[in-house]
Design a protein around this ligand. Structure first.
Ligand code: GP9
Ligand code: MN
Length: 429
């Protein structure tokens, strides 16, 4: 109820992190194209298998002088997987301890999401393109609550037997068939394109297997380099198109890996992929890092080592677009801020900071990977502060979602989204 939202507002106000004014508005008026790299892990960047780079296109974008590439960026999803990533990126609200927030609360909750903010503040046209079925993760309803103008799901695409694999259209076909929709999008647009081919168990038809499988003997791991390579080729084709059409000149690209691909149950295979003798829970946290790459013509790029996560993407993008998120209920902060707290909460209460990593209840030294068994008084104090912050933010975020608290509070300028204003199916009038 109303007093709950007051507690949330007071906490966020007290912990507000000032965005980096050097970057405020540098992307103002640009299109925003979010490219959701399904199950794409950071270790793939610059990774070679049998002397061949697995992801040459993304490597090039990662190292570009116009890219802000975050190499200490972590996924923070829970059981909601892709939908938790979407909930975080669109709202800077965490997914839930169990289940999918987007499925359970996406239809009925009030949100103040990226599409609504950008359309109300800056007149953006907003859209999602995804070669999967519209109802998966309740997207067809949640996107209306988020205020997306358009949602091009599988029923908008030409689909034939060998066009799809796993959860939807193969990425190269998806990107290619998205072109007519992209071309008709009024600018400036905020567009999210969701890929699927690089998804467990990483199957791919022979003609598309253009890099050999790894030989760890773990069949759900050995296909990963093939589907990652395929996704990278698809990204390469999309970049060619964006260059040819001039869209690269006026579009800020945001690539992110939504969560890990190889789960924590494949330590032996993961060790082999990395050429490591041992591989423990701490190694797995490093291994499951995902990339965040913000690429835009004219952007002063760098490899940015700030520790952050998916909860921080929206505040970072809003600052780049010149939109202040002051007074908004967002649990993340600008990753470019000099005051970034660098505490990356995990949905289960674990966390990563530049000094400490808490995983499965154990503490490690983030720099050395050494397990901390005897904690000094100072370490105990620091760790209890961090634990406190993590559990407080997760529980406040849960209260916002489970209590649907945004219906009690909005910034003055924000107009609540009416889901009945949106319809996505071609057949709907
Ligand atoms: C399906 C796809 C599922 O639309 O997004 O991805 P997942 O949540 O399983 O990673
Ligand atoms: Mn996913």
């Amino acid at each position: 109820n109303v007093s709950d939202i007051k507690a949330v507002k007071n906490y966020l106000k007290a912990n507000y992190v000032k965005p980096n004014s050097q970057y405020t508005g540098v992307a103002k008026g640009k299109n925003v194209l979010i490219i959701h790299l399904e199950s794409f892990q950071q270790f793939l960047i610059d990774y070679k298998y049998k002397g061949k780079y697995v992801t040459p296109n993304l490597n090039k974008i990662y190292h570009s002088k116009n890219s802000l590439s975050f190499d200490n960026f972590f996924n923070q999803v829970g059981q909601g997987k892709t939908s938790d990533a979407e909930m975080m990126l669109e709202n800077s609200l965490f997914g839930l301890q169990s289940g999918s927030a987007m499925s359970t609360y996406g239809t009925t909750n009030t949100f103040e999401s990226a599409p609504a903010i950008l359309s109300q503040k800056l007149g953006y046209t907003t859209a999602v393109m995804h070669g999967g079925t519209a109802s998966f993760w309740n997207r067809n309803n949640a996107y209306k609550s988020f205020g997306y103008d358009y949602f091009f799901s599988l029923n908008y695409y030409k689909n034939k037997a060998d066009y799809s694999i796993g959860y939807g259209l193969k990425d190269k076909i998806f990107f290619k068939e998205s072109v007519p929709f992209l071309e008709r999008l009024p600018q400036p647009f905020y567009l999210k394109m969701i890929t699927v081919t690089n998804h467990y168990p990483y199957q791919l038809d022979k003609p598309n297997q253009t890099i050999s499988k790894t030989k760890t003997g773990d069949e759900t791991v050995d296909g990963y380099v093939q589907t990652a390579h395929y996704l990278d080729q698809a990204v390469g084709e999309l970049m060619k198109y964006l260059k040819k059409t001039g869209l690269l000149k006026n579009t800020m690209l945001v690539f992110y890996g939504d969560h890990y691909g190889i789960s924590g149950n494949h330590h032996a295979a993961s060790a082999e992929l990395l050429g490591q003798k041992t591989f423990n829970d701490f190694d797995n946290v490093q291994f499951q890092r995902v990339p965040l790459i913000i690429n835009m013509k004219g952007l002063k790029g760098e490899i940015n080592h700030t520790y952050g996560g998916e909860i921080d993407v929206l505040p970072t993008l809003l600052n780049l677009l010149g939109v202040s998120n002051k007074g908004m209920i967002q649990f993340g902060h600008d990753l470019l801020s000099k005051q970034a707290p660098q505490i990356v909460a995990q949905r289960n209460g674990d966390f990563i900071t530049p000094t400490y990593t808490k995983v499965d209840g154990g503490y490690y030294d983030t720099k050395t990977g050494e397990k901390l068994t005897k904690l000094s008084k100072k370490q105990k104090r620091e760790l209890s502060t961090i634990n406190n912050k993590v559990t407080t933010e997760l529980s406040l975020s849960d209260r916002v979602i489970e209590g649907n608290l945004l219906r009690f509070y909005k910034p003055k300028w924000f107009k609540y989204v009416k889901t009945s204003d949106y319809s996505y199916n071609k057949t709907e009038a």
